[in-house]
Design a protein around this ligand. Sequence first.
Ligand SMILES: Cc1cc2nc3c(=O)[nH]c(=O)nc-3n(C[C@H](O)[C@H](O)[C@H](O)COP(=O)(O)OP(=O)(O)OC[C@H]3O[C@@H](n4cnc5c(N)ncnc54)[C@H](O)[C@@H]3O)c2cc1C
Length: 236
Amino acid sequence: MRFVADFLGNHRMLQRTGRPQWRVVRGGSRNYLGPLVEPFRDRLRLGCPVRRVLRTEDGVRVATDAGEESFDEVVIAGHADQALRMLADPSDAEREVLGAFPYQENAVTLHADPSVLPRRRRAWGSWNFHRPAEERDRTTVTYCMNLLQSLRTETVFNVTLNEEEAIDPARVLRRLVYSHPVYARGRAAAQARHGELIRARRTSFCGAYFGYGFHEDGVRSARKVAEAFGRSLSDA
Ligand SMILES: Cc1cc2nc3c(=O)[nH]c(=O)nc-3n(C[C@H](O)[C@H](O)[C@H](O)COP(=O)(O)OP(=O)(O)OC[C@H]3O[C@@H](n4cnc5c(N)ncnc54)[C@H](O)[C@@H]3O)c2cc1C
């Protein structure tokens, strides 16, 4: 049996009582990106994937489709498997730690079909876990965006994971595929080794995979890297 992605399978989130308080960024998490990147917006290069990272004696050579550039140090904030693929010469520690986080693709559907929510409206939650009659290898969850984002609209907007057949195709607004880290043996031990992958061989790594897979986990891991450079995130 496969284990579900951290943030999908976090049972504390799915409990009916004693749930942690769920805070949202108004307008969706994309809204924090603008203020976050404001100080360095002009230096961002989007749509320019890193193909290769090669560490040398005196720097790090980063190759993209636009060519190669040298840097003193790099911080790689991709998923663990993406980060490992970028490295031309991974060390044993990088191979062991980054290789300990397998990823799984999840089908995501944004739609306006309320039939995948509980029959009684009063039972609707921000997160609605589906338990299908037959066991499946993927968790199916519907996020009711009206509740999560306090949308004031008659139409009920949902985001459903891994359940395409039950949704009325006429009400589908968008389909996407995202990859998420899955629980795997040795994960906690790998997370505990994060420090070994900070400023070692001029390279540091961060990402939500060092925690439970939430935005906060990504930020927390980035803070550890920033601190190793003598900076706090509030300096930015
Ligand atoms: C539908 C859905 C709903 C979610 N809801 C929530 C939620 O409500 N709350 C929450 O906390 N989390 C939520 N998450 C999870 C959250 O989005 C992720 O945990 C978080 O974005 C992971 O952060 P990250 O920085 O580790 O990775 P990402 O945000 O995935 O960032 C990795 C980045 O690396 C880039 N990259 C990859 N390869 C390369 C390359 N070769 N060169 C250059 N760049 C590269 C990618 O383009 C990407 O921008 C949700 C996820 C999904 C899919």
